[in-house]
Design a protein. Structure first.
Ligand code: FAD
Length: 459
């Protein structure tokens, strides 16, 4: 007998399980396809840090058992590690496996079906909609066909469903390699516990250790004995290797027992132009919902998933799932997160061009304070404040060129914010025109600051 659901979700990461929960809670018949075995769901290589505001924004109160450690803010250090700035804001280090298992149990308790150890192999279209997917159980012969009214791609930074869709669908966009960071990290039980900064998630700006990214030290227990330490570098033709840099610069500093090691890719760019098309939604890393500047994506993955799931549920109830009936998902996401994210993509490219000297100078001279960086994370307004507030100081300190560059960055950040907020199309038929306009603004900006995006990814 054919297997048929209201919604099939590919990927049981934080995004897929958030969407699944929202849909089963509304009474829909949902299946989640996941390549990992059930007991490894949640086992994602990650820095594990998340601002607690993400949970409250979703109205969640996760159990304390999923929290390893609490932070009172983020501390950012200059390349020499002599200067630091504290960005206030509560956060936690989550235990990713326990968190994933908690998200999964909510879905299963409400009647969701899990196909663990199953991979998506193909999709079949009918009347310009996805009719069914074809999956395979890992290590077993034979294929299975699963039908649904609607599908959600939550398969992560290298998505598995999206690239199988017709290339004329706007969900099939292929990003640049430099739109990603490649990262490597280890979780270590230290021989000698940390003796300071245990209450902070710590970020080190250093273009030698982490070109086009940063390296981090996120304590995972109140004694400073267990740490999550790693680095991300910009992906691309330069061929930076995060593991090589880890072994060279970080391993000698953090001796102890290795508890977990792994790498991954992080999409550090603006969101997909649309999160919905025909009867398909895309959420989380698969839709590039990560914050381009700090690379945090757990919170925004869940947020995008919740928005898409709600709009998909409304469309299912109304009897027709397509981009028109789900369009509100885009408007909502761009308003709450996407517009800020897109304007931070502009800042990200500029930051990736700065050198250690620049970061040292900025932090030494206190050009930015913690509160403004916090605002940057929540509103994307840092550059505005610097140009207005300390422009004179920058000139006095002998860096007028920096001020000019910041003016360019500010102007493009504002342009992009307007594009994603005020000019985002009201209806899907205007999307193509908007994509062309947006791409031309990004291309113009790249030329203006001399940013070479490199080749497009192959998938
Ligand atoms: C090294 C690193 C450090 C990070 N640090 C942080 C941090 O400290 N804080 C933060 O907020 N964010 C961090 N991020 C980003 C964050 O982890 C992601 O944004 C978030 O986990 C994305 O969730 P997701 O559900 O969209 O994707 P994923 O968690 O990647 O889930 C996708 C799921 O789909 C499954 N899947 C993929 N293909 C198939 C297929 N063909 N068939 C079946 N299943 C499939 C995968 O197995 C996976 O379980 C980090 C990322 C990396 C790589």
């Amino acid at each position: 007998m054919a297997e048929k659901y209201d919604v099939v979700i590919i990927g049981a990461g934080v995004a897929g399980l958030t969407a699944a929960y929202d849909l089963v809670a509304r009474g829909f018949k949902v299946a989640v396809i996941e390549s990992k075995p059930r007991n490894r769901i949640g086992d994602k290589t990650c820095g594990d840090a998340i601002g607690t505001h993400h949970f409250s924004e979703l109205g969640w109160k996760p159990p304390s058992s999923i929290i390893d450690h609490e932070y009172s803010g983020v501390k950012i250090y200059s390349p020499s590690e002599k200067y630091g700035v504290v960005v206030p804001g509560e956060g936690v280090s989550v235990n990713r496996v326990k968190f994933g298992q908690w998200l999964l149990s909510r879905v299963l308790d409400h009647g969701g079906i899990l196909y663990d150890s199953h991979v998506l192999v193909d999709v079949a279209l009918k009347n310009s909609r996805v009719e069914k997917i074809i999956v395979k159980k890992v290590g077993e012969p034979g294929l299975r066909e699963i039908y649904a009214e609607a599908f959600i791609d939550a398969s992560g930074a290298k998505p598995s469903l999206r690239p199988k869709l017709p290339s004329e669908w706007p969900l099939a966009e292929r990003p640049y390699m430099t739109d990603f960071n490649i990262a490597y990290r280890e979780v270590i039980e230290l021989e000698k516990p940390l003796d300071s900064d245990i209450e902070y998630a710590i970020i080190y700006l250093n273009t030698e250790v982490a070109p086009g990214g940063y390296w981090w030290l996120f304590p995972k227990d109140p004694e400073g004995r267990i740490i999550n330490v790693g680095l991300g570098v910009v992906w691309g033709p330069q061929g930076y290797n995060p593991r090589h840099n880890y072994n060279k610069y970080l391993k000698p500093r953090f001796k102890g027992k290795l508890l977990h090691a792994g790498g991954g890719i992080v999409p550090t760019r603006r969101p997909m132009p649309t999160l919905v098309w025909r009867n398909v939604g895309v959420v989380g890393d698969a839709a590039y919902t990560v914050n381009p500047v700090h690379g945090g994506g757990i919170g925004s993955s869940m947020l995008s998933a919740s928005i898409v799931a709600r709009n998909m549920a409304n469309a299912l109830e109304a009897g027709r799932v397509d981009e028109t009936t789900m369009w509100k998902a885009n408007k909502e996401y761009m308003a709450v997160y996407g517009a800020k994210q897109a304007s931070l993509d502009i800042l990200r490219m500029y930051l990736q061009k700065l050198a250690n000297d620049d970061f040292e100078w900025i932090l030494k001279n206190k050009i930015v304070d913690g509160a403004s960086i916090y605002d940057l994370g929540t509103k994307g307004s840092l550059v505005e404040e610097i140009v207005r507030g300390v422009g004179k100081l920058i000139r006095l300190l002998g860096r007028p060129s920096l001020l000019n560059q910041l003016r360019i960055v500010r102007s493009y950040m504002n342009k992009v914010k307007t594009l994603y907020l005020d000019e985002y199309p009201e209806t899907p038929d205007k999307l193509h025109e908007w994509i062309l306009k947006t791409e031309s603004v990004f291309n113009e900006y790249r030329v203006e600051i001399g940013y070479d995006p490199g080749p497009r990814v192959r998938w």
